[in-house]
Design a binder for this molecule. Structure first.
Ligand code: SF4
Length: 465
């Protein structure tokens, strides 16, 4: 994932831009970047590697050097952004969130037709540069963004800064959110609506799928109308999004509580407490505790200074080190107890097994019942960077072990009433070493989110686009 924030207004927008971008730090761990348009319509950009230090520490000094009336910024999980381009549309800065599945094919075709690219990273052409090259084929910026969407498979949400203001475009299926807000003489756009609250901004509009809006000092106008086909990422509510954010007007914390209640409604276990693996498991556990009528307690506490999420760092070694260090078990709460542990999802399962369960058993837990807020993850995300291969997924490892082939009879394993599904869950439970394991049913998760099924991306769980 990556997080985007843009703002325009006032004499200088940089302090709002800095804080607004910083509030997306949970969405990426690789690069942070800012681009600001000054009074002479010149753009200054700053990009830092934030793998070893937090955004605010890296960019604090830059605030002394940049000043301007409009800016965009990004916390990126993959590439250095924003990039600045000289083009037939004038100078502009661009940052993107998403994944272009057919990136290599598009890049090869453009190179064959005489285009050149300068920004390369380990996974090929920088997507912002590729997107800019496609936009340049349009008659104007809005037409160019449309032409880019005609070509890509996958998902790109973008912010583009130029002398007109800040353009914000959400992809054809609206996989990832953008929210527009205003207040204090500023207009802003954000991936996470929670970024507005402490900046004196109020959310005014959720940008629609395929819609393009332009933020100026005077206001916000739609320059391309929204489409009808919305497939917003369900995983934002379950795990990746920030609890205080709303997507399509639906709050993430409330969805997580409803997920926990739905799990409790189908559960017969009588545990001493419900607990969530911090941070995203906590709200699921609160919901479970309310639904099951058991106390919510904290058998493990997150040591907050300096340890981010362990899902997004690129190497297994880094993920393992973060997972080992960040949760500290509290033996006084754990010893002799039967504990329901709510988890947002099980991706690989290795951290749950090697760290959470080990720590709880070593601290004297009598029983550990794992309750997962979403169904088994079966398909790597096609629209953003998360899990990258089938082989990584715990459910697929179970299928490989049971069928001898990771892709065999997968449809049967998607049906939560089938014998195959029960065997898969049992296999994962045995592999983890938990007392019991239960996943959320897909229909319960959809109900907890509260949008019609056809408006949600559920590809992670059912493989349907
Ligand atoms: S595949 Fe999963 S993570 Fe990716 S957009 Fe869809 S729901 Fe979100």
């Amino acid at each position: 994932m990556s997080g985007l924030f843009g703002v325009i207004g006032g004499a200088d927008c940089t302090s709002k831009l800095f804080v607004g971008v910083d509030y997306h730090s949970h969405l990426g761990t690789q690069y942070g970047g800012l681009a600001v348009l000054n009074g002479e319509n010149r753009i200054t950009k700053k990009i830092h590697d934030i793998q070893q230090s937090q955004f605010k520490g890296k960019f604090y000094q830059d605030l002394q050097d940049i000043e301007g009336k409009a800016g965009i910024g990004v916390i990126s999980d993959s590439n250095e952004q924003p990039l600045v381009f000289e083009s037939k549309f004038g100078t502009y800065a661009l940052c993107t969130n998403g994944l272009i599945e057919n990136k290599s094919e598009i890049a090869s075709e453009l190179i064959e037709n005489g285009e050149t690219f300068s920004e390369y990273s380990k996974d090929g052409v920088n997507p912002a540069e590729l997107v800019a090259t496609m936009i340049s084929k349009g008659d104007d910026i809005v037409d160019g963004i449309g032409k880019m969407y005609d070509q890509i498979q996958g998902s790109i949400t973008l912010l583009l800064l130029n002398k007109d203001g800040v353009y914000a475009a959400r992809d054809r299926k609206g996989r990832f959110p953008l929210v527009v807000g205003e207040g204090d003489g500023f207009h802003a756009v954000t991936s996470e609506s929670c970024a507005f609250s402490n900046l004196g901004l109020k959310a005014k509009k959720h940008v629609g799928p395929d819609e393009i809006v332009l933020l100026t000092e005077k206001g916000v106008k739609t320059v391309k109308k929204e489409g009808e086909d919305n497939r917003i990422c369900s995983f934002m509510w379950i795990y990746t999004g920030f609890p205080a954010s709303d997507y399509e007007g639906i709050n993430a914390e409330e969805v997580r509580e409803r997920c926990g209640k739905a799990l409790a409604a189908r559960d017969s276990v009588k545990a001493d407490m419900a607990a969530g693996i911090p941070d995203s498991g906590v709200a699921h556990a609160i919901g479970y505790a309310i639904g099951a009528g058991v106390p919510f307690r904290r058998p493990m506490v997150k040591y907050t200074p300096g340890y981010g999420r362990s899902y997004t760092p690129p190497s297994q070694e880094t993920r393992d080190q973060i997972a080992l260090m960040k949760l500290i078990p509290n033996e006084k709460i754990i010893k002799g107890k039967s504990i329901v542990i709510c988890e947002d999802s099980i991706v690989r399962g290795t951290q749950l097994k090697n760290y959470t369960l080990n720590k709880l058993y070593n601290s004297g837990a009598r029983e550990i019942h794992i309750r997962v807020a979403c169904p088994p993850l079966m398909f790597p995300c096609k629209y953003n960077l998360s899990t990258k291969t089938l082989e990584e997924l715990a459910a697929r490892k179970a299928i490989k072990s049971l069928e001898g082939d990771i892709k065999k009879n997968v449809d049967k394993y998607l049906d939560s009433d089938s014998d195959e599904y029960a065997k898969m869950v049992e296999w994962i439970n045995n592999d983890l070493g938990s007392t019991s394991l239960m996943y959320q049913r897909l229909e319960d998760m959809i109900e907890a989110i509260g949008l019609p099924r056809e408006k949600l991306c559920l590809y992670c769980w059912n493989g349907r686009k």
